[in-house]
Design a protein around this ligand. Structure first.
Ligand SMILES: [Zn+2]
Length: 253
């Protein structure tokens, strides 16, 4: 097995060779594998986000998997680059009526002018009490701080539950999550330290998606890279992992 000193990220693309497609941020994109008389692998991403892989006639699935695994960061960067030309969701403005997700459920924000800051989740609304209803930058800051605070409790609870279910099967205690902010990834595994870190914004995703991310990261202690054995292990524990991941990507776009 390739030893990895760089931290491995949560896979940002799903490779589905069987159906010639690639999952990226909640969408399936076409993946064409073209065989020809050549000795090397070649990879192209089109502006319409089609991924084309050129391989020698003799290339087996295992070597194609390994190649795509190595190129995952590159493919993800290309897709992200071309994505800026695709339709986009608007920036968050932190005003009354705007929808924000918490634990996979949509809530409307309600901004109330009050002497003190407070954040109160209800059934359909998240009420933000603020002395500065005109300052959406401060509202954003307070709301993010609140999410971060909630994330500790939520992640620890899910972690304990997964530990109970899977630590026996894995043969080790699951490492506890560190929590921080990342701009563009959900989680990161540090193979040298054997620990992992979650993006606190994951608390906006459904419990099913959070479970997927945590299980994914803790399975890296057994297999640090995204190889076939890693995915086989994940599939055994969580047969619907692709759906859970797609759901996550769709929500967080
Ligand atoms: Zn991973």
């Amino acid at each position: 097995m390739r030893s990895s000193t760089r931290p491995s990220r949560l896979l940002s693309i799903d490779i589905d060779l069987e159906n010639s497609r690639l999952g990226f941020r909640g969408k399936w994109l076409p993946l064409s594998v073209k065989r020809s008389e050549r000795t090397t692998f070649g990879l192209t991403v089109n502006p319409d986000q089609e991924v084309i892989l050129r391989v020698p006639l003799t290339a087996g699935d295992e070597s194609i998997d390994r190649f795509l695994d190595r190129k995952e960061n590159w493919i993800s960067r290309q897709l992200t680059h071309f994505e800026q030309f695709q339709p986009k969701t608007p920036e968050r403005r932190y005003i009354s009526g705007e929808t924000h997700y918490y634990l996979g459920k949509p809530y409307r924000l309600r901004i109330n002018h009050c002497p003190r800051w407070a954040i109160k989740p209800g059934r359909y609304f998240i009420v933000i009490e603020t002395p500065r209803p005109d300052r959406s930058d401060l509202i954003r800051e307070h709301f993010q701080a609140w999410l971060k605070e909630q994330s500790h409790e939520v992640f620890n609870e899910i972690h304990s539950r997964l530990e109970h279910e899977f630590s026996g099967k894995l043969g080790y205690w699951l490492p506890e999550p560190n929590i921080r902010h990342y701009r563009s990834i959900w989680a990161q595994y540090d193979s040298q330290a054997g620990t992992y870190t979650l993006n606190y914004r994951l608390v906006q995703a459904s419990v099913a998606s959070i479970e997927y991310v945590i299980l994914h990261e803790v399975c890296h202690r057994k297999y640090p890279v995204h190889n076939k054995r890693f995915y086989n292990l994940l599939d055994t524990f969580m047969p619907d992992r692709v759906q859970r991941k797609m759901e996550l990507e769709k929500m967080m776009v």
